[in-house]
Write a protein that binds this ligand. Structure first.
Ligand code: NDP
Length: 330
């Protein structure tokens, strides 16, 4: 095991937050019972916030950001993991209050790790990343709500982003008819390629919502929040389910209780960070089964570790399409 490794590190300076590529030693890592040779990480919206300091995501300084990674166990005193095991990590405060995935090494609690399913390579695991795993949690919530393909269409908001792209590919493969809401009309072919049947302009949903709108979909995967979520709920069919996971438009929810009390609509909150281990294992095993890896490749671009320094503002500006994998050894 070599002691030295490269990492992206954010620090707090008097002039504001800085991010740089640094060489560190294993001794610089935080406590944990499993040391992992990281192979890939990824870029999620929250990573953009951590890299730029646009929201107080980073809780301890200096810190290696990166809320997820895939790699191979190098050393472990945890009963469930041994050297050579292939693992994936999402959330649990990694990349926020514990050193994260933008590094060639990570030391974490074994209780936070999921064994990577056999059908998913390390690079594919991070092409999925936290965004894709969250998309799967949303699909599980729709299924839990009894939303089967025969019940009606599914609306996916923030469609050309990470959560949205994976959600479309998953839902299409499962037989749902997907309506993709996007602000990027130029991505229509991309979204259709992933399996969207219809595309709508996100402006249709971004203004103030009526208490009840025309019933248009049986389920929703919402990565946007605010007026968009309120509109999505107001147009959900009787008995439908709305899975809310994001806030790209805003954290507010300016809507009415009418859809809940008159149409029996369910609002399902989706949290990937503290999701219980059984749910994580279920989501990852379903991703291995229900995600078309060719579509995953079509939505993924790959960058080297140093390129992470430039990408934070781009994801926050909604300029990143699909998923970005970070090869930490490149
Ligand atoms: P991306 O930036 O990849 O996708 C977000 C998409 O939202 C954009 O691509 C864009 O899609 C759309 N969007 C951006 N700004 C606006 C706006 N002002 N109004 C309406 N739509 C907008 O991010 P991710 O897919 O990684 O994450 C999506 C959301 O989900 C984020 O808010 C993130 O914080 C949240 N999230 C939550 C998790 C949880 O545990 N609950 C886990 C992972 C993510 P388009 O161009 O198609 O319009």
């Amino acid at each position: 095991m070599t002691d030295k490794f490269r990492a992206i590190r954010v620090s707090k300076a008097e002039s504001g937050q800085t991010a740089e590529l640094v060489e560190l030693s294993l001794g610089d890592l935080m406590e944990g019972d499993v040391t992992v040779a990281v192979e890939y990480s990824t870029v999620n919206y929250k990573d953009g916030l951590a890299l730029t300091g646009k929201a107080p995501v980073v809780r301890t300084w200096p810190l290696i950001p990166g809320i997820d990674f895939a790699g191979t166990v190098e050393a472990s005193t945890h009963a469930n993991f041994k050297p050579g095991d292939h693992v994936v990590l999402n959330g649990y405060g990694v990349g926020e209050s514990h050193n994260g995935g933008y590094a060639q090494k990570a030391r974490v609690k074994g209780d936070w790790l999921v064994k990577r399913p056999g059908g998913i390579s390390s690079a594919h695991a991070m092409a999925i990343g936290t965004a894709g795993y969250t998309a799967m949690l949303c699909v599980l919530a729709l299924e839990h709500g009894g939303v089967t393909p025969d019940k009606g269409d599914i609306l996916v908001t923030g469609a050309a982003g990470g959560v949205g792209s994976v959600a479309i590919a998953l839902l299409a493969k499962l037989g749902y008819r997907v309506i993709a809401s996007t602000g990027r009309a130029s991505e229509a072919d991309y979204l259709k390629g992933l399996g969207a049947a219809d595309i709508i302009d996100r402006n249709e949903l971004s203004g103030p919502a009526k208490a009840l709108g025309k019933e248009r979909w049986a389920g929703v995967v919402d990565a946007v929040g605010s007026n968009t979520l309120a509109n999505a709920i107001s147009m959900t069919r009787y008995g439908g389910t709305v899975a809310a996971c994001g806030l790209a438009q805003g954290m507010d929810l300016p809507g009415s209780v009418a859809p809940f009390i008159l149409r029996g609509v369910t609002l399902a909150g989706i949290d990937s960070v503290q999701a219980p281990m059984a749910k994580r294992v279920e989501a990852w095993s379903r991703l291995a089964k229900d995600l078309d890896m060719k579509k995953l490749d079509a939505m993924t671009t790959r960058i080297a570790l140093k390129d992470v320094l430039d990408i934070g503002p781009k994801i926050l500006a909604g300029q990143v399409r699909g998923r970005v994998v970070v090869d930490v050894n490149a």
